[in-house]
Design a protein around this ligand. Structure first.
Ligand code: GLA
Length: 697
């Protein structure tokens, strides 16, 4: 595992660069990423290039034993280019132009911008094709940030029509596939099909899904242009892109097909405010949520099933969430170790130094605005030493897969049927339950080969094709353990309902069908009870939220039934079906944590997956390459009884100071156990997944 930093030499007098680079090397940093927003400095006017500053910075970094990751600088086309070629700009659905004056103001389908992209990328990659210090390239920066995956300009309209003509034999097939007789939405030619603009009522769900797919595909094509140009200049460079956290409009799996390395940008205390189902707790405001961040780690790691990087790691307080609390003491170290436990091979902090100018003056760096060390620099320095101690390590080998399907996300986003039905949040509910047992998880697309996993979880696999149904059936028949979540098997590939009852082609596999569904506001009591509890008491009444499907079991056996006012009472809510050597459980509700954790434990036990007893919220473990990481996202001290201090490789308390007695019970002065401090980390030799107990202070 390596550490690094994102650096903007162009923001500072060159006289300060050597001091900066020395301090980077002193902290044990090994990678420096640069130039993603530098087009205006590199080419202040068309054809006039100014590379000397970047040449010097690259040489300085290389001379101090570090490697450089450069970026194609297309996220911020300069004003002179926008004025010369205004058609490159994006447009809102109502035609409003997304102007120059911030960033990401270009359209992925603009032929003019693809020409300009080719020109600048060829120039910058050619410049450094033989540099010994450039290890690889990041394409652009965060495709789609600031809601820019979907554009509604004329270039996109033309490209969308061509995309449709490639996908459907003729417009009659499109009308049939979408079901356009409804509300007289037929088209007589592809040319008639527009991007979904402003309309009195909601859009046709098949057209929305098509535009979501087209928009994501447009970025795949644009990224491929960068990747091809980079490789033409030097095939030895790696090509990466820095994706975003919990980002719903770009299919990262598809983009990753053209990458050598996947990376993403992690800002834990921001994510629990602007993209989180619940209200963040005080601990989450200080350190984020380990499962929200962990799911992104596992999705991006699984995209190429290779090590991945965190290309931007929060370095301290940031500027863009609603509130910007200082992270807890040690949080910047915690985040780097948490990333390492999830398989990251490098973690680069964003940014080196708090910037004096522009939109991000309220964003910390590892150094303060005056250049002195900030809180993150201390954490980074400690962590790089600990990474050195840990040495080389293997990849994560996860026994469980969670199936994540962007098509299902986009289809449910078109018809959520409840204001709080959020596909990603439902995924997290199941993901969190598995991680809460200390089990590593891959987050994979529906096309993934599932045969190597002991257990598979597929929440809301909403669009199911016959071929996917066959693969899932083969998986269970061969002994796999499957857990489906609600709204699975509802739609065909074009976002139309199937004539057969849900779960459609999965009905035989599930051993039940769905009789009714309902979405429930929080003010309606929603609970299930296990059917095997003869003395059903209040303890076994388990709440759920938002969504309920009334199941009609056929071959499957009911595990839970509804226990609530209303017509669902007594109907089946969760069923399990024995299939060949495996089992399939279908959960027809959005489970709250108690139900999700029970279903996860049952799944893992049936699959024979080693697991910890349920870990405290905010405490997560990860096993990778011979070490078990214990990461504490809470402000409490944790005790790890049964862990011998001698097996500690990394801990955050002085071992001589470990005098907290055995977990639970009275503190026994003679007993010693490992203590993990607030927002702290312990890394222990060996695989302690099922032996680890965690006691809160
Ligand atoms: C994103 C961008 C960076 C910067 C950070 C701020 O990750 O990639 O350029 O704006 O957010 O946190």
């Amino acid at each position: 595992m390596r550490l690094g930093v994102c650096y903007f030499p162009e923001h500072w007098p060159s006289e300060e660069w050597e001091r900066d680079v020395e301090a980077m090397a002193d902290a044990g940093l090994e990678y420096v990423r640069m130039a993603e927003f530098s087009w205006g400095v590199l080419e202040p006017e068309r054809g006039e290039f100014n590379f000397e500053w970047l040449d010097e910075a690259i040489e300085l970094i290389g001379d101090h034993g570090m490697q450089v990751v450069l970026c194609t600088p297309t996220a911020t086309p300069p004003k002179w280019l926008v004025d010369e070629r205004p058609s490159i700009r994006q447009e809102e659905p109502d035609g409003t132009v997304r102007e120059h004056g911030s960033r990401r103001h270009y359209c992925f389908n603009s032929e003019a911008y693809r020409e300009e992209t080719t020109r600048i990328v060829e120039r910058v990659t050619e410049r450094y094709a033989n540099s010994p210090h450039v290890a690889g390239w990041q394409t652009d920066n965060e495709f789609g940030c600031h809601r820019t995956i979907r554009c509604y300009c004329d270039d996109c309209a033309d490209a969308f029509r061509m995309w449709l003509a490639d996908r459907y034999d003729d417009v009659d097939q499109l009308n049939e596939a979408w079901g356009n007789r409804f509300w007289s939405q037929q088209y007589s030619s592809f040319e008639e099909v527009d991007p979904p603009g402003p309309t009195p009522a909601e859009h046709h769900p098949s057209r929305l899904l098509a535009y979501a797919r087209f928009s994501s595909d447009s970025v795949v094509d644009y990224n491929r242009l960068h990747a091809d140009l980079i490789r033409d200049a030097n095939p030895d460079w790696f090509v990466t892109h820095n994706f975003m956290g919990r980002f719903p409009t770009l299919n990262a799996y598809d983009v990753s097909d053209d990458l050598d390395l996947v990376s993403w940008d992690s800002y834990p205390t921001g994510f629990v405010q602007d993209r989180f189902a619940d209200e963040a707790s005080p601990d989450q405001l200080r350190a984020g949520d380990p499962d929200q961040v962990g799911m992104d780690h596992d999705l991006y790691r699984s995209a190429l099933d290779r090590p991945f990087w965190v290309m931007e790691q929060q370095p301290g307080d940031v500027n863009w969430p609603p509130h910007c609390p200082q992270p807890g003491e040690g949080a910047m170290r915690l985040w780097a170790h948490h990333a390492a436990a999830h398989g990251a091979d490098a973690v680069l902090y964003f940014r080196w130094r708090r910037c004096l100018e522009g939109q991000e003056q309220y964003h910390a760096g590892l150094r303060k605005a005056d250049g002195s060390p900030d809180r993150g620099y201390t954490d980074a320095t400690q962590t790089s030493g600990e990474f050195d101690t840990l040495g080389e390590t293997d990849h994560v080998d996860a026994p469980v897969a969670v199936v994540f399907d962007y098509d299902s996300l986009w289809a449910l986003d078109a018809q959520p049927h409840a204001p709080d039905f959020d596909y990603w949040a439902l995924q997290e509910a199941f993901y969190r339950a598995v991680r809460g047992h200390g089990v590593q998880v891959d987050v994979v697309p529906p096309t993934a080969n599932l045969s190597g996993y002991e257990a598979v979880v597929a929440p809301a696999l909403h669009l199911v094709t016959d071929s996917l149904s066959e693969r899932l059936t083969d998986y269970a028949t061969a002994g796999g353990e499957l857990l489906f979540g609600p709204r699975t098997g509802v739609k065909d590939a074009e976002n139309k309902l199937r004539p057969a009852s849900q779960p459609g082609p999965l009905a035989d596999l599930v051993g039940a069908t769905v009789d009714q569904h309902e979405s429930l506001p929080r003010r309606l009591e929603a609970a299930v009870r296990p059917v095997d509890e003869s003395d059903v008491d209040d303890d076994s009444i388990i709440p759920f939220r938002t969504w309920a499907e009334w199941l009609d079991p056929d071959a499957a056996e009911t595990q839970y039934e509804y226990d609530m006012d209303g017509p669902a009472d007594g109907r089946s809510a969760v069923v399990t079906n024995a299939v060949g050597d495996g089992h399939v459980t279908y959960c027809g509700v959005w489970p709250e944590s108690a139900l999700a954790e029970t279903l996860a434990a049952d799944l893992l036990d049936r699959a024979g997956v080693r697991r910890a007893e349920r870990l405290p919220n905010g405490v997560r473990i990860g096993y990778r390459g011979g070490h078990t990481w214990v990461t504490n996202f809470t402000g409490d001290h944790l005790r790890l009884p049964g862990i011998d201090a001698e097996s500690l490789v990394v801990d955050d308390t002085d071992r001589d100071a470990i005098d907290i007695g055995a977990a639970g019970g009275e503190i026994d002065a003679d007993a010693h156990c490992v203590v993990v401090g607030p927002y702290g980390v312990a890394v222990v030799e060996g695989d302690h997944v099922d032996g680890l107990q965690v006691a809160e202070q």
